[in-house]
Design a protein around this ligand. Structure first.
Ligand SMILES: [Zn+2]
Length: 142
């Protein structure tokens, strides 16, 4: 019988859903904690300490942005689960696989596409940041 959510069994879906939900809870709790912490800090703030607080705050904001990004991915995964298209690669529609999904329940690409995307990304960085180094390396490799 061909079902939606294709190759994953109901039990596998349940396991992955649990993972996603507990990650979601973990992040939400952490965010609440972080908010409380930032409020406390503002109350205790000493003008002399302003500079270090600003540095700390920008750290906090980066941290929160990263967590928000992850939270969005979790919600997106839960959404695709509800729509019955969870676990399929965004690029090529092939099966991501239960093993990979249990290590990374928010994975959106199969390993092959992910590796290709990362390689393209690395090449871009390489191109942009170190043309001269790239050329030097090329000479060495040749
Ligand atoms: Zn793929």
């Amino acid at each position: 019988m061909k079902r939606e959510n294709a190759y994953l069994t109901d039990k596998q879906i349940d396991i992955l859903k649990d993972k996603l939900l507990s990650e979601k809870e973990r992040i939400t709790n952490k965010q609440l904690e972080q908010e409380r912490y930032m409020l406390d800090k503002n109350e205790l703030s000493d003008p002399l300490d302003e500079a270090s607080i600003n540095v700390q705050t920008s750290h906090d904001i980066r941290f929160i942005n990263r967590e928000n990004f992850y939270l969005k991915k979790i919600n997106k995964s839960l959404d695709t689960m509800n729509r019955g298209i969870y676990g399929l690669c965004e690029e090529c529609d092939s099966e991501i696989g239960f093993e990979r999904l249990s290590a990374r329940p928010t994975a959106e690409m199969c390993i092959a596409c992910k590796e290709e995307a990362e390689m393209a990304e690395n090449n871009n960085i390489f191109d942009k940041r170190s043309k001269s180094l790239g050329k030097a390396l090329h000479e060495v490799i040749r």
